[in-house]
Structure formats: C-alpha cells, structure tokens
Design a protein around this ligand. Structure first.
Ligand code: ACM
Length: 269
C-alpha cells in the first residue's frame, strides 16, 4: 500500500518563490508517500509572451529542485508537479518532475500542447516512460494529454500502475473521462488540477475547474475535490491492483488488442 496526497492549489502567476513555499508547506500538512501538484505549479499558467515564459522557466538543475530533492531525502517522500523547463539549447517545455530519493527520478515533457501553450512552449520530446518508486510503477502525463487515449494507453503498455496527472484544466470533461481512461487500461489515475482564475495581457480569462481526483482501475472514484477548494488530501492505494488486466475467462485487456487493425494506433513497446 502507498499513500498519495493530491494538492489542489491556486498558484500565483509569476511568483515562483511563493508557489515554491506553498509546495513545501503543503507537504508538511499531511503524511503521504507521494505528493502530486498541478501543472506549472511553480510559475502559474497564463503567460502573456514567450519572453515572459523564458523569464520564469527553470533548468532541471535549479535551486528549487535542489531544495525539493533534499526534502524528499529528509522526509522519505516523492514529489510530482509541473514546471516550465528551460533547456541549454533555448527550448522551453511544459514539464513535470518526479523527485524522490534526493534525485530527479523522471522528467516528462508535455506531448500535446493546449491553446496558447502552442505559442510559448516546444512540444514535448520525452515521450512516455515509467519510473519505479517504492516498488510501484508510475507514469506521467500532463493535463490536455488526457484527451489523447494514446497517452494513458502508452503508459499502461509500458507497465504503469499509477498515472500521475498534473493539470490546469479549463474544460469540464476530463474529470468524467478519467473513468474511461482508468477502466480501459486498468490503472490508477491521480489528477491534481488547480483552481482559481488567471488573466493576462492577452485578455485571456481562464477559470480552472478543480475536481482533482484519484480513480481506481475499476473506475471507482477514491478521492474527489470540488471545483473551487484549495486543499490537500490523501488516499491509500494498492498499486498491484492495476496488474490484473483480466476481465473474465476469455478477455485480457491489453493482450486482446489488435494493433494491426488500428489506424495510427499505439503499437506495443
Ligand atoms: C491544459 O492542458 N492546461 C488545459
């Protein structure tokens, strides 16, 4: 069994210091093995220009990640959340970190960019991968990746038991759709969405839809938040429940796939 805490927060746009302090403080509020934070939880979301994003983006190796690494070592916890990632070649990705055991265990770059993200970020090139932590297998996808079933399917085919899903959802569909993503892959999906409103110099007025949740491989909603609360709550899960893909004596979910007949479908790894 392991305990996952979801932090549904309202990060302040362009206030990395305050958002970082909030991340650290929330990990002290309740005990958990893994803490999941929203997409871009250090910078906020509604940037106004590529220059602004460049100004607030962080390299993988930055003072905040160093402090988070030390925190995971001291407290024997792991942390997952989103940040604007700057690279040496000048690209900026909408990324998620998975930090544990004092290290960056995995870094995922968002594959499917939503709305103005397409103006400000480079489409992710990391692809999907699975990381082992505390004997369980975790994969990451970020927000709008949810609308492409291929993302969760790829992670399931790679063996993920738990999909960690930092989000800044503005559309209202994902929270219900994760029922399908969970049962069609028989995986846990933990979504940490943000709440609050952000406006910017481009006249965007974004209201984030909250509703963070953990859905079990059988589609049961184990933990749910409402659409506006700022809170951190946790749930115990048994990741091995995701290993049983057998529906009945005739059907096994992933083995029964027919990729040779699918158009542009996910091939088995
Ligand atoms: C989103 O991908 N932030 C909606």
């Amino acid at each position: 069994m392991l305990t996952i805490a979801i932090a549904q927060t309202a990060p302040k746009l362009l206030d990395v210091e305050a958002n970082f302090e909030q991340v650290v403080n929330l990990t002290g509020r309740i005990a958990a093995d893994i803490y999941l934070f929203p997409e871009l939880c250090l910078s906020g979301y509604a940037f106004s220009s590529p220059e602004e994003v460049h100004g607030w983006a962080l390299h993988q190796d930055n003072p905040y990640s160093g402090r988070l690494m030390r925190l995971t070592e001291e407290r024997e916890i792991a942390l997952c959340g989103g940040y604007a990632e700057a690279t040496a070649d000048g690209a900026i990705y909408n990324s998620a970190f998975f930090i544990g055991n004092g290290k960056l265990l995995a870094n995922y770059r968002k594959t499917h960019l939503f709305y103005r993200e397409r103006q400000f970020f480079t489409p992710g090139n990391s692809g999907f991968s699975v990381v082992q932590y505390l004997g369980a297998r975790f994969g990451m996808m970020i927000c709008y990746d949810w609308i492409y079933p291929e993302a969760a399917r790829s992670l399931a085919l790679l063996g993920a038991q738990v999909i960690l899903h930092p989000a800044n959802l503005v559309l209202p569909y994902c929270q219900r759709a994760m029922f399908a993503r969970s049962v069609e892959n028989r995986v846990f999906i933990a979504t940490a969405n943000r709440v609050g409103r952000e406006t910017n110099a481009l006249s965007d007025d974004l209201l984030f839809t909250g509703g963070s949740q953990v859905v079990a491989p059988d589609g049961e909603y184990l933990l749910t938040f409402d659409d506006s609360e700022s809170a951190v709550r946790s749930i115990q899960i048994d990741p091995s429940a995701a290993d049983n893909k057998v529906l009945n004596s005739f059907n096994s979910l992933l083995e029964d796939r027919r990729p040779e007949l699918y158009v542009g479908g996910v091939q088995s790894p």
